[in-house]
Design a protein around this ligand. Structure first.
Ligand code: VTB
Ligand code: MG
Ligand code: MG
Length: 314
């Protein structure tokens, strides 16, 4: 419940600025609320995955200590507002999300891009692979699913950098759903195939989002691989300083997020994963999903908040 409160507060703070066209302000509000709530927790926490460095957004920075210090040593990965543009434009899919695990469990990585591949549960290990061609991956997945390639749905972020990837997937006949933002949920969608229709996630998004997605996917049993994109000597050095010895390393799901991980995400705008925050006259409604890897339990928590003061920053 402590983690639920953290993402609830961040989501409500961001949602106050939902649809106002100001990404930075919404992000800042989410970050401030998340930091304040995290610092109340009885933990000795370190932010190992933060976000913002890349776009110079306000952030909970990597290496920052959080919690009151009187508790277990934990790694924390955060994206206080995942999908700042989605929030600013009130488009579907903005969430406040964080993951927590014992110290040393989450990949300690700089805020760079990550090449990712993910599928939902129920397939043989290794049926798709980050190093296989898009065509081989689609065909192998179709075979494992017992369908034709044109019945496979692939989710890809709509970016110029994905032009070749999109062309290669189109050649297989597979269907592609393009999203403008929000690939933490995008990866998780592969594990909700019956609701989303998505079989495969492919492409390059943020590394922080990759670790958060891996943490959640682990809990529901899909497969994921990721590789940091360290395309300048400066990024290679920065990563090396954080313990990434091999800049080309392909990380499996449990190398991205190991141990007993808990992930909490609260909806900011309405989306396929979560409903957004609703501001009533006397009640604020939030919807949160909590994943726990050790048990594979997934809980959805609908909350009605009646004390609005708790959402105000001091
Ligand atoms: C990625 C993706 C995120 O922003 O970080 C993206 O992982 C930024 O990519 O889910 P670009 O630099 O290509 O815009 C999100 O979509 C939202 O934070
Ligand atoms: Mg963010
Ligand atoms: Mg993000």
């Amino acid at each position: 419940m402590e983690l639920v409160r953290v993402t609830e507060r961040a989501a409500v703070s961001a949602a106050r600025l939902r649809g106002h066209g100001n990404e930075k302000a919404a992000d800042q509000a989410a970050v401030d609320a998340m930091r304040r709530e995290l610092n109340k927790l009885p933990i000795d926490g370190t932010i190992v995955i933060g976000e913002g460095e890349r776009d110079e957004a306000p952030m909970l920075f990597i290496g920052e200590k959080v919690g009151n210090g009187k508790g277990p040593r934990v790694d924390i990965a955060v994206d206080p507002l995942e999908g700042t543009t989605l929030c600013a434009k009130d488009m579907p899919g903005a969430i406040a999300v964080m993951a927590m695990a014992q110290a040393g469990s989450l990949l300690y990585a700089p805020d760079v891009y990550m090449d990712k591949i993910a599928i939902g549960p129920g397939y043989p290990q290794g049926v798709v692979d980050l190093d296989a061609t898009p065509a081989d991956n689609v065909n192998a997945l179709a075979k494992a699913k017992g369908v034709k390639p044109h019945e496979i749905s692939v989710l890809i972020m709509d970016r110029p950098r994905h032009a070749d990837l999109i062309a290669a997937v189109r050649k297989t006949g597979a269907s592609i759903r393009l999203i403008t933002d929000g690939d933490v949920a995008g990866v998780i969608f592969t594990a909700m195939q019956h609701e989303t229709g998505i079989d495969l996630y492919l492409g390059i998004g943020g590394a922080p989002e990759g670790v958060l997605a891996a943490a959640a996917l682990r809990c529901v049993g899909g497969q994921m691989q990721g590789r940091l994109i360290l395309d300048t000597p400066e990024k290679v050095e920065r990563a090396r300083g954080m313990g990434v010895a091999d800049p080309k390393r392909k990380y499996g799901m449990t190398e991205l997020a190991n141990g007993d991980v808990i992930v909490s995400a609260t909806g900011v705008t309405d989306g396929a994963l979560l409903q957004g925050v609703r501001f009533g006259k006397e009640v604020i409604h939030t919807e949160t999903i909590v994943y726990r890897s050790i048990t594979g339990t997934v809980r959805k928590i609908q909350a009605e908040h009646r004390e609005f003061e708790k959402f105000r920053l001091d």
